[in-house]
Design a protein around this ligand. Sequence first.
Ligand code: F6R
Length: 603
Amino acid sequence: MCGIVGVLTDHEAAPILVEALKRLEYRGYDSAGIATVHNGMLDRRRAVGKLHNLADLLVYEPLPGKAGIGHTRWATHGGPTVRNAHPHRAGRVVVVHNGIIENYRALKEALADREFESDTDTETIAHLCETFLDRGMSPREAAAETLKHLEGAFALAFLFDGEEDLIVAARKGSPLAIGHGEGEMYVGSDAIALSPLTDRITYLDEGDYAFVTRSGVEIRDADGRQVHRDTVKIAAQAAQVDKAGHKHFMVKEIFEQPTVLAQCLAHYTGNGAVELPDADLDFAATDRLIMVACGTAHYACLVAKYWFEQIAGLPCDVDIASEFRYREPPVSDRATALFVSQSGETADTLAALRYTRDKAMAVVSLVNVPQSSIARESDTALPILAGVEIGVASTKAFMNQLGALACLAILAGRQRGQLTPEREAELVGTLLSLPAMINQALALEDQIRHQTGKLAEARSVLFLGRGPMYPMALEGALKLKEISYIHAEAYASGELKHGPIALVDNNLPVIVLAPRDALFDKTVSNMQEVMARDGKVWLVSDAEGVALAGEGVWETLTLPTIDPVFAPMLYAVPAQLIAYHTALHKGTDVDQPRNLAKSVTVE
Ligand code: F6R
């Protein structure tokens, strides 16, 4: 949530800051702002809404200066207005902030004699720092002193009047990267923001703060001791963030799925078996798998629960991270805790991980960003290799989370003596056939574009599924509501008659995800119950399923036939395309849906 940048350069800072903010806009887009120091004087420009509003403002009101910081906001405290937009200023200091200052009320009370202009928690940081400057501290000392008083999660960058060669950056709970250029230095919420500027990155550790100047960076830990943090070269793929001719990042990423899934499976399989490079997991020694995640990643875990239980006979709990961390469940020392996160920075998932550390036998994570906090704090971090995901609605990361989880379930099955080599080879074969099947599903796009014209008129949509198709239905409903703003719910088909069936009338589209599996007939019975009450059923199945049950339904969609065990991976594709094309019909902002942000670093 919120993206921050900083540059110390020999060129004009404003265009560099705006370019870098463009690459961070996925983290929030309620407002944006930049500040520079020029001829010793701080100044700033801020605008409500998307970044282009700030860029437009800068055309009419340019902001000179070679040292600057910038921010793109996802509102927490205070609505999306100019006065709440960052950078926040108090006298000789401006601050940009990602995260939440939990003790800001107490700080604000203690600063009651100062005049606040915004409703934000961030402004208290600027005022606090200014009080330390008033006491005669240097900018470095004042910023370091300020940090001691802040509670909560934050990444911060400070810029000062009279200091054209200093940014103070700090990290506690939210990620922050320092970029090294030639005679220039950068600060950014992630390496992607800095990728056109440099591929040399130093990640701050928890509690670190840094004095950044054009000649380098001095890093201190939470106790103020000077420390060394490694500088790493980031992968070239982090720099590839264009739409490659597609209208939106989301659809580009949907269409990348065959390729990225194949890459992921190539990493985790070989010779008809699962192979785990660079990692050593022992599922035979564990008595329970605890999977914890948020949102789409949580649904991936719910699908995988069926796999771990059915393929590996491994008891498995799946939790929403924000519930898990405060429920404080008992965690046995024979449990394996598995955290799934695209960004690797989700605050609740990270907190849940920290809760299990020192309790579980192994703390494992599955992430898309290898340098992320969740990856770095796990005993074992496994990559999903989906490549940079920019669309706020997760698609290819979900697919690769499923791909990697399927491989882990197969590994667990082998280690626990539940799988013969023949069955393992069969399962791996099915997985490896998926990229081609996904291509076939993608070929249905035109049909789906046409069909969703009617869906876009609905006020509410139900998704139904049984077994592992139930969490897939949950994911389908999430995708639809987050980008088309149509209310959507998902139910396990068998649960329908326990309440939700009351919603059914001839205005309610009901999307039934039903491959021809052992539960197909039961799902079809539930579907008939909907049709008997005039519900408009859209059956998504394979050729046999559509032939058996497609008569009289509102719409059908025919997917390739697949071993039902991994069907959710194939059925994810039409669910994504249904959401995408419904959103296009409605004209919503697909890549940056309202109120959302990609990386949720506040709880
Ligand atoms: C929905 C979506 C979110 C994320 C969730 C967790 O399309 O993307 O629900 O899945 O915010 O994010 P990560 O995976 O980064 O922990």
